[in-house]
Design a binder for this molecule. Structure first.
Ligand code: HEC
Length: 177
């Protein structure tokens, strides 16, 4: 089982191919990637501010750490990491997921509260809900990012470059029965 799982590597998305010079981003994808990597909010440069947590350095679009990305103000019913550690400072913190193949894995967030990527971007565009444990990397909390409709569509165009159709259609990973 462990050996089989290690064969499940998604590495042929347009994002990957672009890195090795075998795909050219469209203008929207390119601008979306720039927005993804740029600081946002009042002190930013009009970016979407995604990269702090969904970093691209390891090509996984995740730091695999736990953050409160501003979904809720109260955590009694759904404490997140605090349910495991018992530490109130972990309330509302969830593990950053990879964004690979994100186009295909709706609904979004741990409780599936967002049905579409548009809803996800709208959430981040508000800056998130302020609470005692909201992450410092939610830099636009309180004021919001300033993404207009074009910016939002461009970020989504970039996210869709992370879709790897050769991976999801690989017969080696299909139901053997
Ligand atoms: C403060 C860190 C942080 C920042 C900044 C951040 N995210 Fe996230 N993101 C998270 C965490 C943590 C989750 C998981 C939350 C959960 O499970 O409820 C998440 C979840 C998501 C999801 C849903 C993933 C899934 O499989 O359900 C998407 C899509 C996403 N983020 C995209 C973005 C985009 C686009 C940006 C920039 C506009 C961004 N994120 C900024 C930490 C962050």
């Amino acid at each position: 089982m462990a050996q089989f799982l290690r064969t499940m590597i998604s590495s042929k998305s347009n994002f990957d191919l672009q890195r090795i010079g075998q795909y050219t981003f469209t203008q929207n994808e390119e601008t979306g990637f720039d927005l993804f990597l740029a600081e946002g909010g009042a002190l930013g440069v009009g970016g979407a501010d995604c990269f702090h947590c969904h970093g691209h350095a390891g090509m996984q679009m995740s730091d695999y750490l736990f953050h409160n990305n501003g979904l809720d103000a109260h955590f009694a019913a759904d404490p997140g990491l605090a349910a495991i550690t018992g530490n109130p400072l972990d309330s509302g913190r969830f593990k950053t997921p990879t964004l690979r193949n994100i186009e295909l894995t709706a609904p979004y967030m741990h409780d599936g509260r967002f049905a579409t990527l548009e809803e996800v971007i709208d959430h981040y565009n508000t800056g998130g809900v302020i609470s005692q444990t909201i992450d410092p990397f939610m830099e636009a909390a309180g004021g919001g990012l300033f993404l207009d409709d074009t910016d939002k569509q461009q970020v989504i165009a970039f996210l869709k470059t992370l879709t790897d159709t050769s991976f999801i259609n690989n017969p080696a990973f299909s139901d053997p029965h």
